[in-house]
Design a protein around this ligand. Structure first.
Ligand code: SMG
Ligand code: MG
Length: 367
């Protein structure tokens, strides 16, 4: 039986600033959900950033939604399935729901002694690892950063772009690393459909894809853009649910999907999107939200499903943090091992997490 739920707020610095078209991230403001039962516990990490810049969700808002609306739904005998059915009545707030779902899943699977990978239907024991490279202050710096990641073994490079920091950086990287390097770009919604001719200039670089060129809500703009550029369009921010994914594919707003469990309300919904794409031959890959080892472990389990045919943003721990909350995930020959023990397979290292923790609140669970 579930007895207590803890909300843990903590802080961790990034090893290097991460600049995107919407912000520069220097650190992460963390929120963990810990489900404590009679014999087991489960952990979930909320992927929301400190401010509503990537999407409308932000971590303090998530704490409010979780404590005010989601935790009261949890009873001693709540299951992942019963929680999802009830949480469906709350509109939106995918990242809040996903954090609670992840903790419940970890708890339930640990009790059943089943790994998340097995539960989701994983077919791979390691996952090919790509790296997301933030914008740099010069092209020389960018080339150096990419060279370092390549030397570490990352099999695919994603460059963050925005208007004015697009064609030339991409050209420089393509020229320096050759035509065979797997290369893609992510605009985080920085363009409008009026930029179609400009974005068509990226076609010459043989990119795997362009991720989220237009605003989240502009699915129809992506349809139009897809007719005017040759680079395949991949959606990230726009895909907030199975229904949106199906609609986007039906109208040809994208030909590839970045699946982030946090953005779609959890691993169960993420698997549904994977299954849909797999059945239609649409490639998917697993995105990242600068997660610690808690969120990363669960993402690796998902990324081991058969439809994840493109390398994801599931990089090694040291790409993000000097000291991860869990035992670090390491890159071996460009791949990361999928955890295969019960639940998400990892736990926070207590003294490490304690050092980072700013606040811990406990909620008693009753009928
Ligand atoms: O976890 O390696 C990671 C980050 C990958 O680029 C990444 N994420 O739009 O895909 C994306 C961004 C969202 C988070 S940026 C703060
Ligand atoms: Mg993205």
């Amino acid at each position: 039986m579930i007895r207590t739920i803890e909300i843990i707020r903590a802080h961790i610095n990034l090893v290097t600033p991460f600049r995107t078209s919407f912000a520069v991230e220097l650190d992460r403001d963390l929120l963990f959900v810990r489900i404590i039962g009679d014999n087991e516990e489960g952990w979930g990490e909320c992927v929301a950033m400190a401010d509503p810049l990537y999407s409308s969700e932000y971590v303090d808002g998530c704490e409010e939604v979780i404590t005010r609306y989601l935790l009261p739904m949890i009873k001693p005998d709540t299951t992942v399935e019963s929680f999802l059915a009830e949480a469906a009545h709350i509109r939106g707030h995918f990242m809040s729901k996903a954090a609670v779902e992840a903790a419940l899943l970890d708890y339930e699977l640990r009790m059943a002694n089943v790994s998340l990978a097995t539960y989701l239907g994983a077919t791979q024991t390691t996952v090919a690892s790509g790296v997301s490279v933030g914008m740099q202050s010069s092209i020389d710096d960018l080339l150096k950063v990419v060279a370092d990641y390549r030397a570490e073994g990352y099999v695919r490079v994603k460059l963050k772009i925005e208007p004015g920091l697009d064609i030339e950086p991409v050209r420089a990287v393509r020229d320096a690393f050759g035509p065979d390097m797997l290369l893609q770009v992510d605009a985080n919604a920085a363009y409008t459909v009026n930029d179609a001719d400009h974005l068509a200039r990226l076609d010459q670089f043989n990119l795997l894809l362009i991720e989220q060129p237009l605003p989240e809500e502009d699915l129809v703009g992506h349809v139009e853009l897809s007719k005017r550029i040759a680079t395949p369009i991949c959606l990230d921010e726009s895909i907030t649910s199975f229904d949106v994914a199906r609609g986007a594919l039906n109208i040809n707003a994208c030909s590839i999907i970045n699946i982030k469990p946090g953005r779609v309300g959890g691993y169960v919904e993420a698997k549904r999107i994977h299954d849909l794409c797999y059945s239609r031959g649409i490639p998917v890959w697993c995105g990242g939200m600068l997660e610690t080892g808690i969120g990363r472990a669960a993402n690796l389990a998902l990324a081991a499903l058969p439809g994840f045919t493109l390398p994801g943003d599931t990089s090694a721990s040291k790409r993000y943090f000097t000291q991860d909350v869990t035992t670090p995930f390491e890159l071996v020959d460009g791949h990361i091992e999928v955890p295969n023990t019960a639940g998400i397979g990892v736990r926070p290292i207590e003294e490490v997490l304690n050092r980072m923790t700013s606040r811990r609140e406990s909620f008693a669970v009753s009928h």
